[in-house]
Design a protein around this ligand. Structure first.
Ligand code: NAP
Length: 319
């Protein structure tokens, strides 16, 4: 099969189109013929070995110290089931599917495990649209629900709101009836407002510490705010979840930050809390139950069809 491969870290030029062995599904796996795949920030960071701050040595340990261990990038795909192992019961050859397979997606064929984050592709979505969903949607869900414990009707500041992670963060926060202030560049103000943001802030024109309000949660996907600055616009028990930060900035003098880092599904997740953040489970129980049916979720939250695949993926992945 054809695949985009790389055997050393570096700029986009390290990527090559070449022949690679077609993978063989094990008994509980299926072979998917890829119709569309996504290139995400995770892919370029892995390709370039651009792991932020103190994550660099951890990233090299996880993904290959001298050269990349896995030669084919791409974690998200949409395609058609081409073969199934004997123990696979919920999918059959010819099914259109999409989801997060973790690695190897930039190829003609990939392997996915039954029971993993892979679900039927709704007819209303093209393969390209479906392949674009998993990374941003699942990251946002895990950070907002599991780390930030976002509660209903909280005030949320989302920095990087027009990006892959941010566009889903807005939608997840709005499902919880939160008040969302979205930060992006002026050209994306319409986009973020069309997704439900209540307020828009252009980071090129407004300094965030000058905002005349305080937030329960600041979700900074870009790494715009220093920890001390975030503290100025958080309520006392608020939560700051930055996706790009250096360890040095966490333990500044006089700050009351608590940091936890965990590894889930091969991703490093960090959580930084300011003060004593509330830890009560936030997101409605129906979303938290991994077996909740999509129909139930759709009916309960009046979701539009484009939001449903995201929830299908979440429930399937149990995240
Ligand atoms: N730790 C983890 O596990 C994890 C998981 C997922 C993502 N991430 C990280 O999260 C970041 C965002 O990922 P993504 O896929 O959403 O990226 P993306 O699609 O490239 O989006 C980047 C966002 O940042 C905004 N932005 C650009 N320059 C900015 C600036 N100077 N100040 C403030 N905002 C600025 C962009 O706004 P405009 O386009 O409107 O300018 C856009 O909304 C990446 O660095 C990624 O590595 C980490």
């Amino acid at each position: 099969m054809k695949a985009i491969t790389y055997d050393r870290y570096g700029p986009p030029e390290v990527l090559k189109l070449e022949e690679a062995p077609k993978p063989e599904p094990k008994s509980d796996e299926m072979l998917i013929e890829v119709r569309a795949t996504a290139v995400t920030t995770a892919d370029w960071r892995l390709r370039a070995s651009e792991f932020p701050g103190a994550m660099w040595p951890i990233g090299r340990l996880m993904f290959g110290i001298f050269n990349p261990r896995n030669k084919i990038l791409g974690a998200d795909v949409a395609g058609e089931v081409a073969a199934v192992g004997p123990d696979v019961s919920s999918f059959q050859v010819g099914d259109a599917v999409f989801g997060h397979i973790g690695k190897g997606g930039h190829a003609e064929f990939v392997i996915a495990k039954e029971g993993g984050a892979i679900v039927p592709k709704p007819d209303g979505l093209t393969y390209q649209e479906a392949a674009a969903v998993p990374f941003g949607a699942l990251c946002s869900l895990v950070f907002l629900r599991d780390f930030a414990k976002l509660n209903k009707e909280q005030r949320v500041l989302i920095i990087g709101a027009s990006g892959n992670v941010g566009v889903y963060a807005i939608q997840i926060a709005k499902i919880l009836d939160c008040h969302v202030t979205a930060v992006a560049s002026g050209k994306n103000s319409e986009l973020v407002q069309s997704l439900g943001a209540d307020q828009f802030v252009d980071y090129q024109k407004t300094e965030l510490t000058k905002l005349n309000e305080k937030f329960d949660l600041i979700f900074d996907t870009y790494g715009l705010l220093a920890f001390a600055d975030a503290g100025e616009i958080l309520i006392e028990s608020g939560t700051f979840v930055p996706l790009n930060f250096g360890i040095g900035s966490v333990f500044g003098p006089g700050e009351r930050w608590h940091c936890s880092i965990s590894i889930r599904e091969g991703c490093i997740m960090g959580q930084i809390l300011h003060g004593s953040a509330a830890t009560t489970p936030a997101v409605p129980a129906a979303i938290q139950r991994s077996k909740a049916s999509v129909a139930e979720l759709a009916a309960q939250y009046h979701l539009n069809p484009k939001t449903v695949p995201l929830l299908m993926l979440m429930t399937q992945a149990g995240v």
